[in-house]
Design a protein around this ligand. Structure first.
Ligand code: NAP
Length: 244
């Protein structure tokens, strides 16, 4: 059976590059009409240009009023919002004792508050239509913790709690909510690693390599499809075996 998302509209946040770009193109290749959302319009337009029928939207997903306007606009222009992928995320790493308040707040706002805002806005239509899929991009760091990433780990652990609560609230309306916890994936987010750090990290990954964005987007497409119609409230770990 092939993954077929024909007739579904997918909104992907942080779709302008990295994992979000791969998610947008994969969902588009499966037949979905894609709303590529990013804080950077140039990147969003470039990605939307690669996907038949896709549209680019600029939005800072930490701003409540902008998120409400975004979901409204997508529903008006593309017809609905059936699949929501909360992928936008940032890091502001630093040891706890030196972490600035603004680095804590920025990471929690971008990685966690945004998912609350988009889910609240998009779930109304999903409930009415009795069909919806929400996929939150967590991280193995939200399960295992990580030195220097107290803010990031807390945001990703928070996303897992949000996922399970939303799953319980919306399951009876056939709106499913799951999280993906990637390990270390080759994107600009991980590009800053030194060669030594990369070698050390690869050494503890049973599959002996970092992941590719496509490793994550395949899991998103599956969760968004009817092949996963009885899966909700789960955290799917995509990490080459790192966190087991
Ligand atoms: P990335 O390459 O840094 O891409 C993140 C995208 O989100 C960028 O296009 C960025 O725009 C956008 N963005 C940031 N803040 C935003 C905001 N307020 N509103 C709208 N868009 C915003 O990151 P990635 O590696 O693809 O990661 C994607 C997701 O996977 C994140 O949630 C990340 O935490 C998670 N993840 C990544 C890894 C990994 O190893 N890469 C592992 C586990 C989980 P700009 O280009 O303007 O910054």
């Amino acid at each position: 059976m092939k993954i077929d998302l024909t007739g579904k509209v997918a909104l992907v946040t942080g779709g302008g590059r990295g994992i979000g770009r791969s998610i947008a193109t994969t969902l588009g290749a499966c037949g979905a009409t894609v709303a590529v959302v990013d804080i950077n319009m140039t990147n969003a337009e470039a990605v939307a240009g690669e996907i038949a029928g896709a549209r680019a939207y600029v939005c800072d997903v930490t701003i409540a009023a902008d998120v409400v306007a975004l979901v409204d606009q997508v529903e008006k222009e593309l017809g609905s919002c059936d699949i929501l992928v909360n992928n936008a995320g940032i890091t502001r790493d630093g040891l706890l004792v030196r972490m600035k308040d603004e680095d804590w707040d920025a990471v929690l706002a971008t990685n966690l508050r945004s998912a609350f805002l988009t889910t609240r806005a998009a779930s109304r239509g999903m409930m009415k239509r009795r069909w919806g899929r929400i996929v939150n991009m967590a991280s193995v760091v939200g399960i295992m913790g990580n030195k220097g990433q107290a803010n990031y780990a807390a945001s990703k652990a928070g996303l897992i709690g949000l996922t399970k609560s939303v799953a319980k609230e919306l399951a009876s309306r056939n709106v499913l909510c799951n999280a993906i916890a990637p390990g270390f994936i080759e994107t600009e987010m991980t590009a800053a690693m030194t060669p030594d750090a990369r070698t050390a990290l690869t050494g503890v990954i049973p599959m002996d390599r970092l992941g590719q964005p496509a490793d994550v987007s395949g899991a998103v497409a599956w969760l968004a499809s009817d092949l996963a119609a009885y899966v909700t409230g789960q955290v799917i770990v995509v990490d080459g075996g790192l966190a087991m």
